[in-house]
Design a protein. Structure first.
Length: 220
């Protein structure tokens, strides 16, 4: 065999070897890329699964939330009984609402289960039971035009009070009178026999106290 022919054969062998080694390297890189992509997809799926679980936990109704809903329910019943002039029943519904409001906070602390949904439910229940319900109850005692305006201001102040509480950074202190005080005072004033004329003039200072800036330390 001629030397030139041998050189050509060796060159071809070297070229084939280079191609084979390049192909192997590409295959290796491809396998690594596939593994990396699979790992990334698995991680994404795990993250999505975790997000879905967290969303479900946030939206799930907890034991404390049931008492919050009962609080709102008793507040609505107070409104119904007030309109139908069953005032003793209406006042009793407010007492039940207060009990449920106290229990939902305690249960949330005992179980260490709080959520954004629970916080929103609590605010909505409070405005129904300790804002709207006392205003309707008092309106049915004294339905004059001046009284109507005062009760409207009372509900507005209750809404402002709760909105401030929701955006408050720390809940160690209350700013202004807590709206739940209305749930205590309304039945007490009724059972004490407060004359109809005085109802609006009691609710006017309560309105101002709810939006006042003084601090009250929260009792756990």
């Amino acid at each position: 065999m001629k030397p030139e022919t041998k050189e050509k054969i060796e060159r071809k062998r070297d070229q084939i070897k280079e191609k084979i080694s390049l192909a192997k390297a590409r295959m290796k890189n491809t396998r690594q890329n596939i593994r990396i992509n699979v790992k990334k997809k698995v991680l994404r799926l795990k993250e999505k699964r975790h997000e879905l679980i967290e969303r479900f936990r946030t939206k799930k109704i907890k034991t404390a939330d049931i008492f919050t809903l009962l609080n709102a329910g008793f507040g609505i019943l107070c409104i119904f009984f007030s309109i139908s002039q069953h005032f003793y029943l209406a006042a009793t519904m407010l007492i039940f609402a207060i009990c449920c409001d106290a229990l939902d906070g305690k249960i949330a602390r005992w179980t260490h289960k709080t959520s954004e949904l629970g916080k929103e439910l609590d605010s909505l229940a409070d405005i129904v039971s300790f804002g709207v319900a006392p205003a309707v109850f008092a309106f049915m005692q004294n339905a004059s035009t001046v009284a109507m305006i005062i009760y409207l201001i009372f509900v507005w102040c209750g809404i402002i009070r709760l909105a401030r509480f929701n955006i408050q950074q720390t809940h160690i202190y209350f700013y202004g009178m807590p709206i739940t005080i209305n749930g205590y005072l309304t039945p007490i004033l009724f059972f004490a026999g407060l004359p109809p004329t005085f109802w609006p003039w009691v609710f006017l200072p309560l309105s101002l106290l709810m939006i006042a800036r003084f601090k009250i330390k929260k009792i756990q």
